[in-house]
Design a protein around this ligand. Structure first.
Ligand SMILES: NC(=O)CC(=O)C(=O)O
Length: 299
């Protein structure tokens, strides 16, 4: 498990957030320029935390990941890592926390990961999350996708301390289907679970909102699901419908399938209120089943 810096848990003050719903195409420079334009727009609306969608710099296709992949490090070379450099600059130019959607990342051994990098308002790399559960599914008459054809899976739960606010738990798209990491992040004090995503039009109508609201209610935290927008001309038309749910599972911001930016203000009192009203946080039966948050090595 990665915990960057330390923090005492829940949301410490109001936080205006934005999810940028855009789609990516084959031109990396154009994808980066569009992301930057939207981040500047969200910052001008006074959002302090801005989320981009999964694979915002490349087509969402197993055939493309290697070609668009970049190395990730604390000292960025903009020639080798233009997407990560662009994210760092977006953060420092706007003074916001940037949850950098995801970018195909190449490690020193040549493995490729689907990676979300998080930057501080000073443009410093705070943490990175490699998609831990690869999107390998085959729904008859619907969608077949196999990320593991080209991607390797990450192997850690990512919790990030956002200085002055508290902690967030981070996952990428398919990761949200797995309750355990969200429970562990929440029990370690995250106030929000954030999922840069690119769901699809087969599973989207069935599971997208359900999962976003379920993870919020399970854990009594905010959830933020930031999708790619739907491009009907793409080989992978994404679902869209980016949303923010509150700790009671109510949707507080949402959009439809087109390009858009959604905003919400996360309030600390809301988490406490829901946990006081429905006290599941102190009603767990760890005399009957194990406390999974304690089974994970915090390092
Ligand atoms: N694209 C994903 O990673 C996940 C998805 O579309 C789904 O779970 O369905």
């Amino acid at each position: 498990m990665q915990i960057s810096n330390s923090g005492d848990g829940l949301l410490k003050k109001s936080l205006k957030v934005a999810c940028i719903q855009i789609s990516s195409g084959p031109n990396k420079a154009r994808n980066l320029a569009k992301a930057r334009e939207k981040v500047l727009q969200a910052a001008s609306e006074r959002a302090s935390l801005i989320v981009l969608p999964e694979c915002f710099n490349s087509p969402y296709s197993t055939a493309s990941f290697r070609e668009y992949a970049e190395p990730l490090s604390h000292s960025i070379d903009p020639q080798k890592s233009p997407s990560f450099a662009a994210l760092a600059k977006m953060a420092s130019d706007t003074g916001t926390f940037i949850i950098g959607g995801s970018v195909p990342e190449r490690d020193l051994s040549g493995n490729i990961y689907n990676t979300c990098a998080v930057y501080s308002p000073q443009g410093k790399l705070l943490a990175s999350h490699r998609k831990m559960h690869l999107f390998d599914i085959n729904v008859a008459g619907g969608i077949s996708f196999c990320e593991s054809d080209t991607l390797s899976a990450g192997n850690k739960i990512t919790i990030v301390d956002l200085e002055g606010y508290g902690r967030i738990g981070l996952g990428i798209c398919y990761d949200m289907r797995f309750a355990e990491p969200s429970t562990i992040a929440s029990r370690q004090g995250a106030f929000a679970l954030i999922y840069p995503s690119a769901f699809n039009t087969t599973t989207g109508p069935l599971h997208w909102e359900l999962l976003g609201r379920a993870r919020a209610v399970d854990n009594q935290v905010y959830t933020m699901l930031c999708s790619q927008s739907r491009d009907p001309a793409s080989s992978y038309p994404a679902w869209g419908y980016s949303m923010v749910a509150d700790p009671m599972g109510q949707i507080v911001a949402k959009t439809e399938e087109k390009e858009d930016i959604i905003y919400a203000t996360l309030e600390p009192g809301v988490i406490t209120k829901s946990r006081t009203a429905i006290p599941i946080t102190c009603q767990r039966r760890h005399d009957v089943y194990p406390d999974i948050a304690k089974l994970v090595d915090l390092q």
